[in-house]
Design a protein. Structure first.
Length: 572
C-alpha cells in the first residue's frame, strides 16, 4: 500500500498534507515533523510510523492523550479516513485503497494462508460435551467430570448476575479460576460503529494490556476459537506482530455467540510460559463463553429496561421544569443534594440509585397545579399556597398505579412534612415521617434558599446553612441536617449550587438546568463540557461578545473514553 498521508483539518494550515514515508513525529515542539501550535498538545505528543504498508499511531505518554474517533489510544493501526484528535487539533489519515476496502472503515488483520489453523466455535461444544470413550481411564473420566462441574458452577454464578460490570467481573473470575491466564479482556461489539470496544480488563500486572488483533479478528469475524502456543514459532501468525513484541507465549480468543449474533469476544493470554494453554483449555473457554454470552445479552436487556425507566422518569421531571420555569433546575439540584445527604447517612449504592429517581420525581405532583399559581412571579397568597400544598398527594396518586414506582412514593409524598408535626399533607411528626421524606426535605429547602427567584435573590450558602441549622429539630430531622452539614464542609455541595460558579468570569449557565458551569482552562468555542448537576453535555458557543452553552444531543457526542487496552494493531 502506498500514498499514506496526514491531512490537517484544523488551524491556520487546514488542508496541509504531510506524506508518511517512514515516521512522522507530531507535537508542539519545533523539532517535530509536524509542529502544532496548541497548548493542549505535548511537546512530543505522538508518532505515525509506516512499515510494510502498516501505519501505526503511537501516543508518546502525552498529557492530554491521543484519540481516534471517541477512543483514547496507546497504540493503534490507522485505517483510511481515521480522524486523529490531539488537543484541539484534528488530522485525517489517508491512504490509497483498493476497491475491496471495507467501506465501513473497519478492517481486521488476518492471515488467510492455508496453513492457518482454527476451529469453529459452535462445533467445539460437541467435543467438550461428548460422552467419554469406553476405554477412557479413570483420570480422563475424572478430568471430564471436573470440567463439567466447573462449567455448571460458572453457569449458575453468571446466570444470577444482572449488572453488566459485575457480570464481566464474574465471567473473568471463572475464566482465571479454570485456565492459567495472566491477562483477560472482554470486548463487545459497539452497536453504532460495529467495532470491538474493550469493556472489561483483568490483569495480574499494572501495565497496559496488549491484545493481538489477528487473534481477536479471527475469533470475531469467523466465529472461530483460536489458540496459539509458543507464538514466536507459530506459523499461523505473521512475524513482527504484537503477540511477539509483547512476549505473549500463549493466547486464546473465543467468540461470544448468542443465537446467530456475535456479541464480542473473550481473550486471554499467558506471558512467559510456553504451552500454557492446550486444546482442552480452548474447549473449556468456549464452554464458558456460551453461558457468558447469554448472561451478557440478558444483562444488556435489563440495562436497556433500566435506562428506559430512567428516561421515562426524566421526561416526567422535564414536564415540571417546562411548566415551572421560575424554578428551573430545582429538580436536578434537589436530587444531587439529596444524594449527598444520603451518602453521609451511609445508604447503599442501590438505595442511592433509588434516591436519584426519588429526587427526580419529588415534585411531579406539580403537574396538577394551575399555571396561574405555579408560574406566578410574586409571593403566593394564602389561598394560592393551599393549592400548591396538594402537589405531594397528587404526585403519590400519579405513581401509585405503577408497581415499580412504589418505592419512590415516600420521596414525593413526605418531603413537605416537618419534624415538629407542622408540615403537610398529614402533619406527621419526628420518625413518623419516612426517612426518604426527611432527607429530601432538607435538600429541597436548601435549594430553595440558595436559588434565585423572580421576587428575591438566593441566599449565600453560609447564610442558607445557618437557616437550616436553626431549623434542626423543628422543621428538619437533626440527623439529616448533620448529614447536609458534613457534606457541605467536605466541599461536596458547592458544585451543585446554582450560582456557585457565577462569580467566576469564566463560566456559563447550563441551558438545561440553569446551574452555572466553570469553563476549564484553555476552553475554546466548540468544546464539549458536562454539567455536574443535570449531567447534560453542553457545547461552548460565543456570540454578541459573550459565551453561552448549547445542549448537544447524545447521538452527536464525541466523548473520549480512556482505555488501557492496546487492541487495534499488530505492532511491526
Amino acid at each position: 500500500m502506498s500514498g499514506e498521508r496526514l491531512v490537517l483539518l484544523t488551524g491556520t494550515d487546514t488542508g496541509q498534507t504531510i506524506p508518511i514515508t517512514d515516521q512522522v513525529q507530531i507535537g508542539r515542539g519545533p523539532d517535530n515533523t509536524l509542529a502544532l501550535d496548541d497548548p493542549q498538545v505535548s511537546r512530543n505528543h505522538a508518532t505515525v510510523t509506516l512499515k510494510n504498508g502498516i501505519a501505526l499511531l503511537r501516543d508518546l505518554d502525552s498529557g492530554n492523550g491521543t484519540y481516534v474517533a471517541d477512543r483514547r489510544i496507546i497504540e493503534y493501526r490507522l485505517q483510511h479516513n481515521d480522524i486523529i484528535y490531539l488537543g484541539q487539533q484534528q488530522l485525517r489519515f489517508e491512504q490509497e485503497v483498493s476497491e475491496k476496502h471495507d467501506t465501513s472503515g473497519v478492517r481486521f488483520q488476518s492471515n488467510e494462508d492455508e496453513s492457518y489453523q482454527s476451529n469453529d466455535a459452535a462445533s467445539m461444544y460437541q467435543t467438550f460435551f461428548q460422552a467419554p470413550k469406553k476405554d477412557s481411564d479413570t483420570d480422563a473420566l475424572q478430568q471430564t467430570e471436573r470440567r463439567l462441574q466447573a462449567v455448571y458452577a460458572a453457569n449458575q454464578i453468571m446466570a444470577s448476575e444482572q449488572d453488566l460490570q459485575k457480570l464481566f467481573d464474574r465471567v473473568m473470575e471463572q475464566v482465571f479460576a479454570l485456565v492459567a491466564a495472566h491477562n483477560g479482556v472482554i470486548l463487545l461489539r459497539d452497536k453504532t460503529s460495529g467495532e470491538l470496544i474493550g469493556e472489561f480488563i483483568r490483569s495480574e500486572s499494572d501495565n497496559e494490556v496488549t491484545v493481538s488483533s489477528t487473534i481477536v479478528d479471527r475469533a470475531f469475524t469467523k466465529s472461530e476459537a483460536v489458540i496459539t502456543v509458543n507464538a514466536a514459532d507459530d506459523s499461523r501468525f505473521e512475524s513482527g506482530m504484537s503477540i511477539i513484541t509483547q512476549n505473549i507465549s500463549s493466547a486464546m480468543c473465543v467468540p461470544l455467540l448468542h443465537q446467530d449474533e456475535i456479541l464480542g469476544v473473550i481473550y486471554v493470554d499467558n506471558r512467559g510460559t510456553t504451552n500454557a494453554f492446550v486444546q482442552s483449555d480452548l474447549e473449556l473457554l468456549v464452554a464458558l463463553a456460551g453461558p457468558a454470552a447469554i448472561a451478557i445479552k440478558n444483562a444488556q436487556h435489563v440495562e436497556a429496561l433500566r435506562q428506559a425507566y430512567q428516561d421515562t422518569l426524566i421526561v416526567l421531571a422535564n414536564a415540571i421544569e417546562l411548566r415551572d420555569h421560575y424554578t428551573v433546575g430545582h429538580t436536578w439540584r434537589v436530587t444531587n443534594f439529596s444524594i449527598e445527604v444520603c451518602k453521609e447517612l451511609g445508604w447503599s449504592p442501590e438505595k442511592l440509585k433509588e434516591v436519584q429517581m426519588g429526587g427526580v420525581l419529588h415534585d411531579v405532583g406539580k403537574i396538577a397545579v394551575d399555571d396561574a399559581v405555579l408560574r406566578k412571579p410574586d409571593k403566593l397568597t394564602d389561598e394560592e399556597y393551599e393549592k400548591i400544598k396538594v402537589h405531594p398527594e397528587r404526585g403519590a396518586q400519579l405513581l401509585q398505579d405503577v408497581e415499580f414506582l412504589h418505592p419512590l412514593i415516600p420521596y414525593c409524598l413526605y418531603h413537605h412534612e416537618r419534624y415538629d408535626g407542622k408540615g403537610y399533607p398529614y402533619g406527621l411528626k419526628g420518625e413518623e415521617i419516612p426517612i426518604e421524606g426527611r432527607a429530601v426535605a432538607v435538600a429541597d429547602t436548601f435549594d430553595a434558599l440558595t436559588s434565585n427567584r423572580p421576587y428575591r435573590k438566593g441566599f449565600d450558602p453560609e447564610k442558607a446553612m445557618s437557616i437550616i441549622r436553626e431549623g434542626k429539630g423543628t422543621q428538619f430531622d437533626p440527623v439529616c441536617v448533620d448529614a447536609l452539614v458534613r457534606a457541605y464542609e467536605k466541599g461536596n455541595i458547592d458544585r451543585i449550587l446554582q450560582d456557585y460558579y457565577k462569580k467566576d468570569e469564566k463560566s456559563i449557565a447550563c441551558p438545561f438546568c440553569s446551574t452555572f458551569m466553570r469553563l476549564p482552562e484553555g476552553a475554546e468555542v466548540g468544546d464539549t463540557m458536562q454539567c455536574e448537576v443535570c449531567h447534560r453535555h453542553v457545547g461552548l458557543q460565543f456570540q454578541n461578545d459573550a459565551y453561552y452553552g448549547r445542549l448537544i444531543p447524545k447521538s452527536t457526542l464525541r466523548i473520549p473514553q480512556p482505555s488501557s487496552i492496546i487492541s487495534e494493531a499488530d505492532s511491526p
